[in-house]
Design a protein around this ligand. Structure first.
Ligand code: HEC
Ligand code: HEC
Ligand code: HEC
Length: 417
């Protein structure tokens, strides 16, 4: 009852635009609010059972290995099991972990756990998540927590890292912006931790703050530029197109694959339409001083790589993506004008061509066709040529791909598919 009253009070405050909770389904009780926040935070994508099951407690038993530039790190069990989970934690302990990245015993957590974003959550939100996690059945599942190689296995080193790259602090709404914008800002910068993948990292794995959401390589993919830049960012996408992509895993321009397909499946496809719109509204707002995009010139059509690539494209790709590169909306993504194809880094295009790709699963959209793998039909030089071609045909412009880069991606996919 008390929880309901508090939730109702939060609802009224939200209507007045005084808290970032606006638009959350706040007429439910605390644990139900926590259940939704867990969706916003995509917790299951990392903490679920590595065998792929994620219903109920299975979404939180841990054991999945997260790839970082420093090695792999296994996620812990966050069900309320007293021995192997967080069953003995208090709400204070939980807030401290989410807000500061510190465990009850004082040990530092690694930022593979995105506490650098979760710190933006107000106490009421972490309490709600904690209440929800405590409604789950406790599951015994001990996880080896110390898999990082030396020297990264020294948790105390996070003290220095935090001093350099971490600014704890709850989200502060901007009173000059609409409640919708603030809600979007809260989700993107807080629980949604979009920058954890979309902001490029420095050599120590810290966010390059000056290139917020500018895109960067990630686990053998390239997380796209999410700024309003026209060629590689989402400046030409409408609010509706962004929301549709997040809800269905695709829109008329693009399809989510790899790590973004997981974000869609476990998080954005399950968000409310109002929240998806709020995210889109926030992303469409250019930051105050956006760096000017570097001018790009396409390779000329007579370039040998372009000629070889075009012949391969006509032979292998055109049947689906069409001669003009426009594709078939929501079936075969367009490559002409595509953001994914023109990113600074070529990881995603190389991976997709070598390995093929399957669409994101969303309960709102029928499954779309998959793309077959070409790794066994194209050698490194041909792979480089056809990807160079799609990056520079039809008005596209992006750095050429080399055979060496194709070979490296092939090797990486052999080790870690
Ligand atoms: C991108 C992957 C990722 C996401 C998303 C994620 N976590 Fe984690 N989480 C981790 C990893 C990895 C660790 C272990 C870090 C370490 O050992 O230093 C961790 C640790 C934790 C811990 C500390 C547990 C302990 O025993 O030390 C808690 C609590 C936690 N996560 C809760 C959450 C909640 C709640 C969410 C969603 C709001 C969430 N996590 C989302 C990867 C993730
Ligand atoms: C686990 C890493 C990860 C997280 C977290 C993540 N993304 Fe992504 N995102 C990616 C990758 C990788 C791609 C490229 C996917 C592809 O090429 O199919 C992508 C693509 C996108 C695209 C499509 C852009 C384009 O030009 O095609 C949008 C929009 C997007 N993400 C929005 C978001 C938002 C909003 C969030 C936070 C709620 C988010 N992402 C969180 C990894 C991530
Ligand atoms: C049988 C049909 C088919 C053929 C042939 C094909 N593709 Fe695809 N391609 C697809 C589908 C379907 C997707 C989207 C998969 C998804 O939903 O993630 C896709 C996705 C892509 C993407 C990612 C686009 C994005 O927005 O995420 C690229 C790049 C791409 N294909 C390039 C190529 C190239 C280059 C060739 C030829 C070597 C080729 N494709 C041949 C069907 C095909």
């Amino acid at each position: 009852m008390r929880a309901r009253l508090l939730a109702a009070a939060a609802g009224i405050a939200a209507l007045l635009g005084t808290t970032p909770l606006a638009a959350a389904p706040d007429n439910f009780d605390q644990a139900e609010r926590g259940r939704y926040l867990v969706i916003l935070g995509d917790c299951a994508a990392c903490h679920m059972n590595p065998n792929g099951s994620n219903t109920g407690s299975q979404g939180f038993v841990g054991g999945r290995r997260i790839e970082t530039p420093f090695g792999e790190i296994a996620t812990p069990n966050i069900t309320p099991d007293r021995e192997t989970g967080i069953g003995t934690w208090s709400a204070d302990d939980f807030y401290r972990a989410m807000h500061e990245g510190i465990r009850p015993n004082g040990a530092r957590l690694y930022p593979a756990f995105p506490y650098t974003y979760f710190t933006r959550m107000p106490r009421g939100d972490t309490d709600a998540i904690f209440a929800y996690l405590n409604t789950l059945d406790p599951v015994r599942n001990p996880v080896d927590r110390n898999t990082l190689p030396f020297p990264f296995n020294i948790r105390a080193s996070m003290l220095a890292w935090n001093a350099l790259f971490f600014e704890p602090g709850e989200f502060r709404p901007d009173p000059n912006r609409s409640p919708e914008w603030n809600r979007g800002a809260y989700i993107v910068e807080g629980p949604g931790h979009c920058g954890a993948c979309h902001t490029p990292k420095n050599l120590l794995g810290g966010d390059r703050a000056s290139q917020r959401l500018g895109g960067g390589p990630l686990q053998g993919w390239y997380a796209t530029n999410l700024t309003t830049e026209e060629r590689t960012g989402i400046g030409s996408w409408s609010v509706e197109e962004i929301a549709e992509y997040l809800k269905n895993g695709r829109n008329a321009r693009s399809a989510a694959s790899g790590p973004m397909a997981e974000v869609v499946e476990y998080s954005t496809a399950l968000m409310t339409d109002a929240d998806l719109r709020a995210i889109a509204v926030y992303l469409k707002e250019p930051p105050a001083q956006a760096p000017a995009p570097a001018a790009r010139t396409a390779l000329v059509a007579t370039d040998e790589r372009m000629r070889q690539g075009e012949a391969l494209y006509v032979d292998r790709c055109m049947a689906c993506h069409t001669r003009s590169g426009e594709g078939v909306p929501r079936m075969f993504p367009r490559l002409a004008g595509s953001q994914v194809v023109q990113q600074e880094g070529n990881e995603t295009v190389l991976r997709v061509v070598l390995q093929g790709v399957r669409a994101a699963y969303s309960p709102h959209a029928p499954t779309s066709p998959a793309m077959p793998a070409f790794g066994w039909r194209l050698d490194d030089e041909q792979t480089a040529a056809v990807t160079t071609y799609i990056r520079n045909a039809w008005g596209n412009a992006a750095p050429a791909v080399t055979a060496g880069e194709a070979a490296r991606m092939r090797e990486r996919l052999r080790d870690r598919p």
